[in-house]
Write a protein of this length. Sequence first.
Length: 509
Amino acid sequence: MRHLVIILGDQLDRNSAALDGFDSKQDCVWMAEVARESTKVWVHKARIVTFLAGMRHFAEELKKEGLPVEYRRLDDAQNQGDFIVELEATVKRLKPQKLILVEPGEWQVREDFRQAAKRLKVELDEREDRHFMASHADFEKHAKGRKGLRMEFFYREMRTRHGILMEGGKPVGGEWNFDSENRKSFAKAGPPLHAAPRTFPPDEITQEVMRIVEETFPEHPGSLAEFDWPVTAAEAELALEDFIAHRLAEFGEYQDAMWTREPWLFHSRLSAVMNLKLLDPRRVIAAAEKAYHTGRAPLPAVEGFIRQILGWREYVRAIYWRFMPSYGEMNELQAQQPLPKFYWTGETDMNCLHDAIGQTLRYGYAHHIQRLMVTGLFSLLLGVRPQEVHEWYLAVYVDAVEWVELPNTLGMSQHGDGGIMASKPYIASGKYIQRMSNYCAGCRYDPAQSTGPKACPFTTLYWEFLMRHEERLRKNQRMSMQVRNLARLTETEKEAIFNQAESIRAGLA
Ligand code: FAD
Ligand code: SF4
């Protein structure tokens, strides 16, 4: 055999560089479902199904086109449960002259393939991932000579380079950013009437995967009862059309708002299909831009949405590759608490956490502000070891892949990188959650209280966080207002907050 072309579960891209020059007479695609990918962390059943169903559909499509595919199923009796062991057996059997692989989305996986190729004494042709709009070289050029790396400057450069929402070299509408018009709450009235997102009932292939996952990983977190994620490129395209038609126009205004038992609101639900590479970000951005030019969505919504994909998504990937492998071990705030057990069950009397974790277990989904300002904020304030928080986020979301999950969790949410990703820790008291949702109205705690039986644990831990890290935070200009508020507390109040924080921790141990 000439080439064995390795396609991983998050590389389901028909235009992948891995398939450049593929010759069906001499080459073969290799795909493998292995148990280890679902047990490295305790993976949510819906995430396992999304990946495996995506892989099976993709392999079928390649076969229909006439490409030979060597496919190892999870339920094959001989499956040895590990990529590298499986690959070694295939290479010994088929004796390819060369292995071809697009850069994996996880540093360790890339290492494992490199080491395996060396051991097997077979050439590994590692190709760049064209799915992304900035290459590693592009980002290195951007980073050269800069003291700090900030998403905003990178995003402006990307807008200019790709000519997205640009007019005569300037941003359309005269501004790069419309945040002042975005990020509203729903106030007391709740979300305006909106259509539920289009669903994708599992077909026969997906149903079979669901059966196998229930049998193989019965104890894993999460439920498959409501599984309706898109798992093919055609379904991803329909999901995109549905978002553009029904939710994009309100996306900007309400992107930070939360509401009890409203998991989707005006979000796109496109992260998983993009991360599996079933949907090209250029396609998503072009559809959003067209919606603006045809008057279907206002500029602040379209700019806000494009910023998430062209800006944040590309930027976090660049941060991941620039700072791995040491990034994964960073713990700048010396946080050492274990992750509370209720993260795996949702059983807590804190209403915001109950709702955000509950929907995570039901669907494998929570939107950005639920991840950042509810589950992420609580573990940051509590002082949970960032590596444990990372393992939870990597496990429970259908869109979780390490290149995007790790910088968001360890960096943006837990400030474990000391400010590489975000210039300040994202901290707030329960009052932020009260402002942005209706969670507090149905909660036994009061976000305005920091001590006493009704004190909101977020509010107690917020003040305690400020006191615990006062010296460090004082040096950060963007934190100065929050730190200055500490002066309003008497010594007795501070002591009461410390004691209450300790009893919260003791109660969660
Ligand atoms: P929308 O709200 O509709 O946003 C549109 C798209 O923008 C998303 O599909 C996504 O591709 C992109 N996007 C938005 N915010 C970010 C961001 N901060 N970083 C990168 N891309 C972004 N996203 C993942 O794709 N996988 C993860 O494992 C993941 N883990 C996260 C962990 C934490 C602690 C936090 C705070 C955020 C995480 N995010 C992750 C980013 C973001 O929360 C999700 O991309 C988003 O909620 C997915 O839902 P959606 O497709 O409906 O997004
Ligand atoms: Fe969450 Fe505190 Fe509000 Fe309860 S009162 S919902 S714990 S922020």
